[in-house]
Write a protein that binds this ligand. Structure first.
Ligand code: GLN
Length: 534
């Protein structure tokens, strides 16, 4: 069996430094050297998974192929590596404790006192190594949070133990922040020194430091950090601000980070770094002159992380179409009949976002009414698709009270209704219709043309569905159900073929769109938006 090596990515000083991007970028570089890589994230919060978290807390909830609700960093891992993740790629403290407590209730500990060390740390270590039994050369594990946090302690202790047990097959990359103090015109390394010291106090000497900084740092600064933090000077890498997250692998490669990692782990350098396709993508992004103006209508307009995968899918598709993405986030709560034209009239395309609950929903109906009547290129994703159905029911079918059972359980025309399997559930966590399912596309539909095939698999996250009882009525008035789940008959795609490009999906095509493989529906949407707008 192959030998698997482990790389931990920890963070210090402040959160939101982009540990996920650094982990994904390092993964990309190792992959580009021909190694099999996967990345996992350990989150130190008590929720079993982020599925119950509101986007204000944690941004988007990303869904894996096997239907696990996870941290948005897994989206970055997939977009960079073009390799799907699964449930084991994201573990929280809640799940670790749940596993240990379940075993305690079963009597597995044979009368022993169950403690953080060794029982919780053993469970963390077991989870780190689950993926090691697969065919991977490298497992990169990002530890969420910041060293020094109370919550992080068991994770850091587990990393310490694994490093001791695995020797050279395990290294630690520590990411810190080097602030620039404008008033003093100086960058400051003290927070980095303190953060490394905290890590050292907890028994870990980082092998590689990545310094996040706004501006490029001088050699002198890197030398100082190396000296005070006990790290090779070559292994002090900087990750300065760049235009796009997709440039980070190149920035790290220029400093030889992949080679440093391999050398530290005693792995002979093999092959050349194959980043040609990645660089073509970056050049296209940089060289694009014309832009494509897309409006994203949602209730978290002030919070771009809430729609991370959609934003990235749009960017990828725009780049493949040689356009700069000009993305306008439009707050659905602020859209009224009087101002809708001002918001939408200059856009090349409109995407109605997924979501839950009543807030901002009427604005989505107003926007859709406008885009449908003006034959604008329009894409509805999940709740966005459900809103397309409701707007059509109200304004074309004349069912004035049409609604989703989610918004108005008493409506006489629930054109979107609770799925049968959801009706008797009491637990909210992990109980939606989640993960990949097949969808059969109608021949010659817009969707079938976009994908170039008639069976596709896409990921889901919803409780409500198109109400089959109304299907005939919709179809005879021009809204067609062009994608159906072959096992259950559930409607997955709706389109209005008389319009130029007006399509909604019950599934989330944004979850599988990657740099190497942009999702065909996003490609088709941007294609329509860039040229063919009537
Ligand atoms: N709230 C809707 C449902 O549960 C849509 C969910 C979504 O947009 N992800 O069916």
């Amino acid at each position: 069996m192959k030998k698997t090596r482990y790389i931990f990515v920890t963070g210090g000083v402040v959160s939101s430094l982009g540990k996920g991007i650094v982990a994904a970028s390092l993964g990309k570089l190792l992959q580009a050297r021909g190694y099999r890589v996967t990345i996992q994230k350990f989150d130190p919060y008590i929720n079993i998974d982020p599925g119950t978290l509101n986007p204000y807390e944690h941004g988007e909830c990303f869904v894996t192929t096997d239907g696990h609700e996870t941290d948005l960093d897994l989206g970055h891992y997939e977009r960079f590596l073009n390799v799907p993740t699964t449930a084991v790629n994201n573990i929280t403290t809640g799940r670790i404790y749940q596993n240990v407590i379940d075993r305690e209730r079963r009597g597995d500990f044979l009368g022993k006192t169950v403690q953080v060390v060794p029982h919780i740390t053993d469970e963390i270590k077991r989870n780190v190594q689950i993926l090691g039994n697969s065919d991977y050369d490298f497992i990169i594990t990002e530890i969420g949070g910041t060293v020094g946090d109370i919550e992080s302690l068991p994770y850091i202790e587990s990393v310490r133990q694994l490093r001791w047990e695995l020797g050279r097959d395990c290294i630690c990359v520590h990411l810190t922040y080097v602030p620039y103090i404008a008033a003093a015109k100086e960058v400051k390394t003290k927070p980095t020194q303190h953060s490394v010291k905290t890590l050292q106090e907890q028994g870990i000497q980082p092998n590689i430091l990545v310094l996040r900084t706004e501006k490029q740092l001088s050699e002198k600064i890197c030398h100082k950090v190396a000296l005070f933090c006990n790290v090779d000077e070559k292994a002090v890498i900087q990750s300065y601000d760049v235009q796009s997250i997709y440039e980070v692998p190149i920035v790290l490669a220029q400093q030889g980070m992949d080679k440093i990692v391999l050398r530290k782990m005693g792995v002979p350098l093999k092959g050349k770094l194959q980043m040609d396709k990645w660089k073509v993508f970056l050049n296209n992004m940089r060289d694009a002159r014309k832009s494509v103006k897309i409006g994203l209508v949602g209730k978290y307009a002030e919070l771009p992380d809430a729609y991370k995968s959609i934003n990235e899918s749009l960017l990828q598709a725009a780049t493949y179409h040689h356009r700069k993405l000009d993305l306008r986030l439009i707050h659905s709560e602020r859209i009224t009949v009087d101002n809708v034209a001002d918001h939408l009239k200059d856009l090349d395309g409109v995407l109605i976002a997924p979501g839950f609950g009543q807030r901002g929903i009427e604005g989505k109906f107003i926007a859709l009414n406008y885009t449908r009547e003006h034959d604008m290129v329009t894409f509805g994703v999940c709740l966005g698709m459900q809103c397309m159905v409701i707007e059509f029911a109200r304004n074309v079918l004349g069912l004035k009270d049409a609604n989703s059972a989610e918004m108005d359980p008493l409506s006489k025309n629930k054109v979107i209704d609770l799925m049968e399997a959801q009706k008797h559930l009491t637990n909210m966590g992990g109980t939606m219709r989640l993960g990949e399912y097949d969808c059969k596309l109608q021949k010659d539909s817009l969707a079938a043309k976009a994908y170039g095939k008639d069976i596709v698999r896409e990921r889901h996250r919803h409780r409500y569905e198109f109400n089959e009882e109304y299907r005939q009525q919709f179809e005879s008035h021009g809204m067609k159900c062009t994608g159906i789940n072959p096992q259950t008959g559930l409607v997955e795609v709706v389109e209005i073929p008389q319009l130029h490009w007006y399509l909604g999906t019950q599934y989330h095509p944004e979850y599988n769109s990657t740099v190497a493989n942009p999702n065909p529906l996003f490609m088709s949407f941007i294609g329509a938006a860039t040229g063919k707008r009537k």
